[in-house]
Design a protein around this ligand. Sequence first.
Ligand code: GDP
Ligand code: IMO
Ligand code: MG
Length: 426
Amino acid sequence: MPGTCVIGLQWGDEAKGKLVDLLTGKFDIVVRYQGGANAGHTVVVGDQTYKLHHIPSGILNPNVSNIIASGVVLNPPTVLEEIHGLASRGIDVSKNLKISDRAHVVMPWHMAEDRALNDVIVDGEKIGTTLRGIGPCYRDKVGRNNAVRVGDMIRDDFRARIDRIVAAKQPYLSSLACESTLDAGEIYREYKAYADELQPFVIDTTAMLLDAVEEDKALLYEGAQGALLDIDHGTFPFVTSSNSSGVGVSAGAGVPGRWVNEVIGVVKSYTTRVGGGPFPTEQDNEIGQTIRDLGNEYGTTTGRPRRCGWFDAVAVRYTARLSGVSGLSVMMLDVLSQLPEIKVCTSYELHGERITHFPSHSEDLRLVKPNYETIPGWMTDVTEMREYSQLPDGAKRYLDQISAWVERPVEIVSVGPDREQTIFVP
Ligand code: GDP
Ligand code: IMO
Ligand code: MG
């Protein structure tokens, strides 16, 4: 049975949420397995827009189970807010949402630390995190001493655990000139209340998913962020703190890789990035502003304007290979419909040499000059098109070229935010 992953191949916000919602009907279970409330996934169905940070984008289908697996860092108030928000819109998640007892909890000291470190300059600029406590929480997971897992919140020694960690964290936060004062009693009461409310959702998802794959269930894995933000293989240090490329699926979900047989690489027809770090094809000019306006490129989580630029085939070829991508889903094709001319970066110039590999060091990536191929635009509205054959020749040529540069077939094309605005390539 299929184990299919949806992985963003750029710097996030490739419209993974739309794709997961669209594909959910073919699966038994949808799994979020890394990242946390730094993600913002949008699903649009008719006049309804859903913005999901924690809950998998399969949640609108009541027949499908949605799992927040062990690799996620969970922010309890955020997930509860999402549960209540969905309930107020008639979507009851009590039967089809489960949360791993192994997932780590983002605690107030993680949020405080993320904020306190926000202005630190790393390799020439700020990382520009989403301020959701992601890095500090993953750091404590790896460090072990000061970690809190979802399962710890519902055990008798939770208060003692908080007392011990607060005693270690307070001097550290004070040393960062952070004004937050941690009140262990208050934190305990707040998080105990969250734990009581979350308890019915909490299970051993690793055991459940292993049973599911052995019972031949069909699983859809929903990646968060994008492969270029991968902690090990992305544009370090301007990355997130989890393995957000295809290599992270197995560890984050707790399911051996042999059960994953299809990886859909999601790309925009151009590139965006939020936060700091090198971005070779960035258009910090009128073209970038036009793309931002046409694509409404403002962050789902933070509202920050997204940096915009041309499609970078060097980067996407790298992340498609890294993620084991079998086919591409090209999103936001409609956004390019008003541009008379479209560029794609197909190689870089580094120290006077033409290269087609993606540099491993951010400083080299900062120095590269993109070499572009220029493609005539199609200047035709594609948002009402539902069949591949209806697309203008120019748009088909663009998709063919993306496929050739990235060396993967284009299988799905998105021409607008709605579920319906999708073309399956025959
Ligand atoms: P994710 O984080 O990868 O799920 O992506 P986001 O939800 O952060 O950002 C994608 C944005 O593009 C959302 O506002 C979507 O509603 C919107 N969107 C998705 N597909 C399309 C498309 O084909 N065209 C346009 N114009 N917008 C789209
Ligand atoms: P989705 O799932 C886009 C970026 C931040 C910052 C860097 C580190 O919606 O695609 P973090 O808070 O994770 O420590 O921030 O990663 N970032 C994202 N950018 N989409 C996301 O998620 C992102 N999640 C994190 O902007 O540059
Ligand atoms: Mg997003």
